[in-house]
Design a protein around this ligand. Structure first.
Ligand SMILES: [Zn+2]
Length: 308
């Protein structure tokens, strides 16, 4: 009997919703999958977006204001949208803002914020710490998910990369203890920050047609980051065009389960086959490159101008 469990591991509050929110919603609502909602970092960093005179402005707050707010929003999204409790691994981020709103970056001799117990690795090096890997191994063995989704190893922030490495190492170790589920990575967000289009490829996807409204709603719960969810220029429509459906969330296959036969594994395997057969026109045609560069980046740049 296959357990219908999907484990999603995001580095920061709102990553789960951005990267695989519609996938999780579809499989939770349509196929009754239980969602394991895991936040890798302690979410102590970042600003608070607010709408002032119709424009989105981001304000700085110390870690002891940001951390509880981001966790509160993640907990609410987990409960309201995925009917589960958010699990916080609490690996510290690589910087935080102190009481005086100075940015304190992780360096030799940097002061430690009160929320971090001594001898804790940050999310950047948690994947080199046996005890930290073991925590994730135990979570995988305990929940026994059919599929695990997390960030890709190459991304625009090294906290995503660190999360990926931690999960990938734990996945391999869990396999040595009998675990037999799948691991896939979200597509990198690198194209948004002008690292080129090469990393903007994938070899499987989930058709998320019909779930975009709910994805947007879940994102909007992360209000300190997403001040106006209705305005987000989500790229799921472009990915849909590339994949031949209305909207899609796209993934990089790390390893497929050999024995599991759940609906999610089936869709991933079927769409993997589609990508294998169509990769040239999906990723290397001028039309597709143009679509990303002109449609999506132009929209984002316009949005940035509006808020400037
Ligand atoms: Zn993130």
């Amino acid at each position: 009997m296959n357990k219908k469990v999907l484990m999603t591991v995001g580095a920061h509050a709102d990553d789960i919703e951005y990267c695989f929110g519609a996938t999780a919603l579809k499989y939770h609502e349509k196929f009754k999958y239980e969602i394991v909602y895991v936040e890798a970092t302690n979410n102590m960093s970042g600003g608070w977006a607010k709408i002032i005179d119709g424009k989105i402005k981001t304000f700085d707050y110390p870690w002891y204001t940001m951390m509880p707010q981001r966790k509160l929003e993640a907990n609410q999204s987990a409960r309201e949208c995925f009917h589960t409790e958010a699990l916080h691994l609490d690996f510290p981020q690589r910087h935080y803002k102190n009481r005086d709103l100075e940015t304190i970056e992780l360096r030799y001799g940097a002061p430690c914020p009160d929320c971090v117990p001594p001898n804790t690795p940050s999310i950047l090096t948690a994947h080199e710490d046996p005890a930290s890997i073991e925590r994730v191994v135990n979570l995988i063995l305990d929940k026994d998910p059919e599929v695990i989704l997390t960030h890709p190893p190459m991304d625009y922030t090294d906290e995503h990369t660190g999360t990926c490495m931690l999960v990938r190492k734990a996945f391999t170790k869990a396999q040595s203890k009998g675990y037999d589920g799948s691991l896939l990575f979200a597509r990198a967000g690198t194209y948004t920050l002008k690292y080129g289009n090469y990393f903007n490829t994938w070899d499987s996807f989930i058709d998320t047609t019909g779930f975009m409204g709910k994805k947007r709603h879940a994102l909007g719960i992360h209000a300190c980051q997403v001040a106006r969810a209705e305005d987000l220029d989500l790229s799921d429509y472009l990915e849909g065009k590339v994949c031949g459906c209305e909207t899609a969330e796209v993934f990089i296959v790390c390893e497929f389960a050999k024995k599991r036969t759940g609906e999610m594994t089936k869709e991933f395997a079927q769409n993997h086959q589609y990508c294998v057969e169509h990769w040239k026109e999906m990723f290397f045609s001028r039309d597709i490159q143009k679509m990303y560069n002109e449609e999506l980046l132009a929209k984002w740049e316009e949005r940035a101008r509006q808020n400037a």
